[in-house]
Design a protein around this ligand. Structure first.
Ligand SMILES: *Cc1c(COP(=O)(O)O)cnc(C)c1O
Length: 690
């Protein structure tokens, strides 16, 4: 039994009550796939580039097998043009024979003259291009359709590099439309301002074309070219009410149109796979040709995926800044106040570190020449590792090339398929990647929730190693892990506890990190950190017992198989750790600045975590320099960051997937180098733009 699921979303109330249409989707599915699809549809409605929906209608109804009409799927082909005009004339050419080019042009003009994008399709006379329906920008809808075997169809498309959901849905719709004998062809332009790929379908081919409109244009819609003598009411009923299932997509580039229409869909699939294998054996050069064509479609698909990122305001690009110190950077000759660096103590531009790096280069050169276990361990490494062990009050330390590599290397060394990792829900991406790569059983506990952690541990079998992992100071929220409770649990359940102090070292616990902040030391405790944030250099490290460090040297692949860091990196890091061990002034300055920022933000009515507002050192609270300014939507976060940039302030918009959907934020950080005036100016401007 199949079910039809349909979602319609609008903003400003229901469509009937004047709400603005945001998004619509519909699928025909087996029962098992309903919950997942419902969730995907809701997410789409809530994160659409046209805005967040506040009215969503989701309907589900069962369809009787005898009411379902089976139709074949169109073959995919595609053409990339350089201009919109070129794509439009290509569309005319592809449709020509039954549809006159003047009809295409006339219909396109009608479509683009509408006051807004069309939601459905307009029916036009295939000879004259005259519009036949009178449904305004609503148009005729096409509903009740899906792939006969969704999983196989998607696998078939993916095999040829077609991953996009836009394409899957459009292919099903176009197949249904062309299965009506009264429709000769279709032309479609997406109404998504940032999605410029459209298509024409004609004579069993779904022909992707881009660009069908200029980037950023909100206009679009579908045009169905109709037999001038057709019964329009019957046609509309067919499109809106007859349930159709579409067979498997024929393989692209296989021009075997007749067979795809005379055999059943699954036969087509098998025939074509067999044919593909035969071609491969019999004629390798022809196969190469197919490869070359297929790679075109992959590039197209990659480009589509990037366009989708743009449409959800999660596209990323690089910006160049020339840092001056922790608080200032210049770009295009202009000075900016830097409010988004991890260089918390400003050490990266300090005289002491610059000189130490230069001395190290003079002594040992610019590269290390080998991995640590071969020729790469120049003398500064052992000095740095001794100082790091001293800073973290452990037996030993080991330097990795980055914090990311330390996390991945340590987790994969310790954990395997039979083992169990318990990971905080908000842990850093490098921890998540390490967990995945280890193939251990992963149990995610609710953020900073020792009770939930313990309830998960209770359900685990007694065999296998256990590792609890948490950020010390959370990178996006700036809160601190309840390490004493976590350690107590680790002891009771015979687990190791790994704390990632990337944002804690040089910041809390007199600059020694989370364990020192809570006065903890234990052989179960593995303290990871980075040399590239408050320490102001580059690299990662781990501090732990002698046994564990020996284990990592022998087992951590990211340590073993990568060339050691350079003398400049290690020389600078030695100077920085030395400073942390001997001089508390920079850490004190940082903490004072954190309190100034907390109070100033609060005085501008900007929401800061309760604990900071109170200005007290509660048990799980120490001043951390990370202030998450919650905004919600990704586009708003970007807009505020851009407005502040124009006022000379650099502040980054943090969006999914770095943080959960709808928790986009500005991540504001302070450093020891900021003056009180600078902090107040930044907070005031932020207050104006929020
Ligand atoms: C930055 C960061 C890392 C990665 O450290 P790098 O040295 O930049 O690779 C790891 N964990 C956390 C929590 C981080 O914030």
């Amino acid at each position: 039994m199949l079910f039809n699921i349909r979602m319609r979303a609008a903003q400003g109330g229901a469509h009937e009550k004047g709400g603005r249409h945001i998004s619509g989707a519909e699928r025909l599915l087996p029962k098992e796939e309903l919950p997942q699809t419902a969730e995907a549809m809701l997410t789409r409605a809530l994160t659409h580039s046209k805005g967040e929906a506040d009215f969503i209608r989701l309907t589900v109804d069962a369809v009787q097998p005898q009411d379902i009409k089976e139709i074949p799927c169109l073959t995919i082909a595609q053409t990339k043009c350089t201009t919109v005009a070129e794509a439009h004339s290509e569309a005319c050419r592809l449709l020509s024979e039954q549809i006159r080019p003047e009809a295409v042009t006339h219909a396109l003009e009608t479509l683009l003259a509408l006051p807004q994008a069309m939601r459905g399709a307009m029916l036009v006379n295939a000879v004259t291009g005259e519009r036949l329906d009178t449904l305004g920008d609503r148009g005729v809808r096409v509903s009740r359709m899906g792939f006969q075997d969704q999983t196989a169809a998607i696998a078939n498309l993916k095999k040829h590099g077609y991953d996009g959901i836009h394409l899957q849905e459009a292919l099903v719709l176009a197949s249904k439309v062309l299965s009506s004998p009264d429709i000769y062809g279709e032309l479609c332009i997406s109404d998504d301002p940032e999605y410029v790929t459209g298509y024409v379908s004609y004579k069993q081919t779904y022909h992707r074309l881009s660009p069908m409109k200029p980037m950023g244009s909100p206009f679009g819609g579908r045009i169905f070219f109709v037999n001038p003598t057709a019964d329009l009411n019957a046609l509309q009923t067919y499109l809106e009410q007859v349930t159709t299932v579409v067979g498997l997509p024929p393989l692209p580039n296989v021009k075997n149109e007749t067979s795809s229409f005379t055999t059943t869909p699954s036969d087509t699939f098998i025939n074509q796979s067999v044919q593909e294998m035969r071609t491969y054996k019999a004629n390798p050069s022809e196969d190469k040709l197919t490869d070359a064509k297929a790679s075109l479609s992959i590039f197209d698909d990659l480009a589509d995926e990037l366009e989708q990122l743009k449409s959800t305001h999660t596209y990323r690009h690089l910006t160049t800044y020339a840092p001056q110190n922790g608080a200032h950077a210049s770009a295009s000759g202009k000075d900016y106040l830097m409010m988004t660096t991890n260089n918390y103590l400003g050490l990266a531009q300090s005289k002491a570190l610059r000189e130490a790096a230069q001395t190290a280069v003079t002594m040992y050169g610019t590269g290390s020449g080998g991995s640590r276990l071969l020729s790469g361990s120049f003398p500064l490494f052992s000095i740095l590792e001794k100082k790091l062990a001293q800073l973290k009050e452990t037996e030993k330390a080991l330097v990795f090339n980055t914090g990311y590599m330390a996390n991945v290397g340590i987790i994969t060394a310790l954990m395997g398929k039979k083992d169990h990792i318990l990971s905080d829900a908000l842990n850093h991406a490098s921890i998540i990647d390490g967990c995945r790569l280890s193939r251990a059983n992963l149990h995610v506990y609710q953020h900073n929730d020792p009770h939930h952690l313990e309830s998960l541990l209770k359900t685990l079998p007694s065999h296998g190693r256990r590792l609890i992992i948490t950020d010390g100071v959370f990178s996006m929220d700036g809160d601190i892990a309840p390490l004493p409770e976590l350690l107590d649990i680790a002891q009771r359940y015979d687990a190791l506890l790994m704390v990632d102090d990337a944002h804690a070292t040089g910041v809390i616990g007199d600059g020694r990190g989370t364990a020192h902040h809570f006065g903890l030391a234990d052989e179960r405790l593995i303290q990871v950190g980075t040399l590239s944030k408050a320490i102001g250099a580059e690299g990662g490290f781990v501090c732990a017992s002698e046994l564990l460090i020996a284990y990592f040297i022998n087992k951590a692949r990211s340590f073993i198989f990568s060339t050691a860091l350079t003398p400049a990196d290690i020389g600078a890091a030695v100077a920085a750790v030395d400073l942390l061990l001997t001089n508390q002034a920079p850490v004190k300055r940082l903490q004072e600045n954190v309190m100034i920022m907390a109070h100033t933000l609060a005085s501008h009515g900007i929401d800061v975590p309760e604990k900071i507002k109170q200005g007290k050192l509660l048990p799980n609270f120490a001043p951390t320099p990370i202030f998450p300014i919650m905004v919600g939507s990704a586009d708003k976060a970007l807009a505020i960051a851009q407005a502040l940039y124009e006022e000379g302030i650099i502040l980054s918009a943090i969006r999914p997937p770095t943080v959960a959907p709808h928790t986009s934020r500005l991540r504001l950080t302070v450093t020891a180098d900021h003056t009180a005036e600078e902090l107040k100016r930044a907070a005031a401007l932020l207050g104006q733009h929020l």
